[in-house]
Design a protein around this ligand. Sequence first.
Ligand code: ZN
Length: 400
Amino acid sequence: MDKNSLTRRQFITTVSSGALSAAVAAVPATRLCAQTTQSKSGHAEGQTHSEKSSAIPDFLEIEVSGDAFEQGVAHGEAVREYIVPYHGTSLRKKFERSPKAKGAIEQAMAYLDKSFPDLVKEMRGIAHGAKMDFRDIVLWNYCRVLAAYPAGCTNFALRQTQVGPALCGTVDGAPPRYRPYPLFIQRFKPRKGYRLLASVLPGTIWVEKAINEYGLACGNSGISTTDVQPRGLPFHTTYRQALLNCRNVEEAARFFGGISQICFGGIFVFVDATGNALSIEKSPTRQVVLRTTENWVGSANVFTTPSLREIMTKTPKQIKESQGRRETMANFAAKVGTSASMDDLLAFNRSHGSPAAICRHGGKDGSHTRESYVLLCRERRMLASTRGYPCKAEIHSFSL
Ligand SMILES: [Zn+2]
């Protein structure tokens, strides 16, 4: 265990008057637990905790307020040293001669300018703060629709536990050692809309997992479909907008019904402080809201409803793996009932259980779990693992 990492925490705060520089102050970290044991599942686990680069902090926290541009500038300044080497101009080089990319940006900007102009201002702010080309930031935010970014993730909401309604989940992708940036936590204090605590991919207007001041929490699982379109809201921005505007799951479902254009598909899992939960299966052209009388709602990277399954572009191997994770969720829910403890929730994210692991180390479809979260609706709190597989990574607590 790297004891030095326990005290390494950067808290960056911006002032709402619009000052563009960030003040940095150290605050003590809260470490809840650290799992250092090796997997017993037989996964190929060659990596150890030391795979993390010591030059990159475990996480960054930033609080953004002010108008959309000011929020973007604070974001860009905070993560510049990570997003520039991460993608820099590589996306532009990849797509600059692509009519698809050019068309995607033009269509995306036309839609956002008309329907969500603040999001354009925020991306301009990110570009300004990071000293990057605005077009590169737009490309980065639309990379999924340009097929430049893989999709993975598990979400598992329990309506009742010992610690109230909760959402567990992971973010999957390339092996953790390839992620050259810290876990990036943003607190949004918007002039209009509800306060929000979210993990964010640096340089994007996306969120990965998020909870708002009313305890409404959401995560998503991306799923490619035949109707992917180069216009509309970036997929991960959709539920950030919902959390900025909704207090509970039913309001979120209505909000989604009013979004006419989204550029990519997937499943959004919502749970709120009253213990209601639902999932929304959505592609650019289709949407189904699924409510439940059971204690859990979950998502992997496979649709469950026929009208959306028929337009998925997943391979049989990917579908089988995702269905395995859904079965693991069902088994876990049956085992814990309505009395899951905090340890149970953390154990879910670390699970290498059957028939499919939640903490993934490559395996059949090559996905690796590099972040994990437990969102506690009543406490408005997020527990997040830092860089590394959940079964090995440290977990820190962030409160709204
Ligand atoms: Zn693991």
